[in-house]
Design a protein around this ligand. Sequence first.
Ligand SMILES: *Cc1c(COP(=O)(O)O)cnc(C)c1O
Length: 376
Amino acid sequence: MIPYGKQSIDQNDIDAVIEVLNSDWLTTGPKVDEFERAVAGYVGSKYAVAVSSGTAALHAAMFAIGIDTGDEVIVPPITFAATANAVVYQRGTPVFTDIDPDTLLIDPKNIEEKINSRTKAIIAVDYAGQACEYEKIKYIANKYGLILVADSCHALGAEYRGKKVGNIADLTVFSFHPVKHITTGEGGMITTDNSEWAEKIKIFRNHGITSDHHKRKKDSSWFYEIKDLGYNYRITDIQCALGISQLKKLSSFLKKRHEIAKIYDLAFEEMPGITPLHVRDDVFHAYHLYVVKCGQDKREKLFKYLRDNGIGVNVHYVPVHLHPYYQRKFCYVPGLCPVAEEAYKTILSLPIFPEMSDEDVERVVDAIRCTIGAKR
Ligand SMILES: *Cc1c(COP(=O)(O)O)cnc(C)c1O
């Protein structure tokens, strides 16, 4: 079976983890700071705070910017449910706005009509690994005094007009799940230039406790206070050691993803009815996903044939507003985001991950060619 995504772990990663297991700190130790500094340095942000998952990172971001009852946050419907769920965790309302049909990214044209006095923030999702149209989105955010959060869980290493994702929005969120660019098993990170938000998130990930155990030890004090409701969203040193080791290989991982995408691009130029998503020329794509649009009948046929032949294709994503929970809780109905709903019927994510061989890629291409009856 060729999966759609998969981690790459080598001996250096294993050694890094074992070193931590033999050390004094399994959690809340020096590797957490080191991983945070490494990611902040890589994306060019002033601060980075590591947490237990990308979802926890999104939740922490919503907490930090003060989302609460009655607040609205604009989100695209073609994303992992966690993007919108994080708004709901903080009692806010996710307001879905339609996407661009060619890139499936949030369409800046549609944002303004969703803004009202309750709107507090926009979450831009760098779907598949392509950076959103940040200049246009930032212009709108500034015009209405909204906070811009980037869900860049697909886009570590991606660039917009020469600038790395992680250093463009007010807050950026990453995930280190095994299918993502680098992994810590489970893990996430928030990057920002805002010291107040970074501090709030550090407290939030530790139950809302305002003085950490290092500080208590230094001040020889037992005192601590809960100022806000927080969670246990800590990440371990074991995970962070893996993250530090993985980050060193990110540029080679990205290179490999680009090579695979190139083979797909060339193959589909000749194949009628298989259209890769449009890639704008002002981005460096991180290719978390390689998505093609192929027409509804073809999509069902391709999905079945490829799965039956050991090729792990997938559909990213069911539009979030169509999930039963969202329909029930917010009374969202089909038709709310027609472009997203139409695109959803035709998209297919093909396998792409650094350890995929050229033969694996050819196998996928041949299977698609076979299914749609195209000639070589
Ligand atoms: C993976 C992902 C998340 C959640 O990350 P986890 O680490 O799995 O919690 C959130 N948003 C998007 C777009 C993702 O792809």
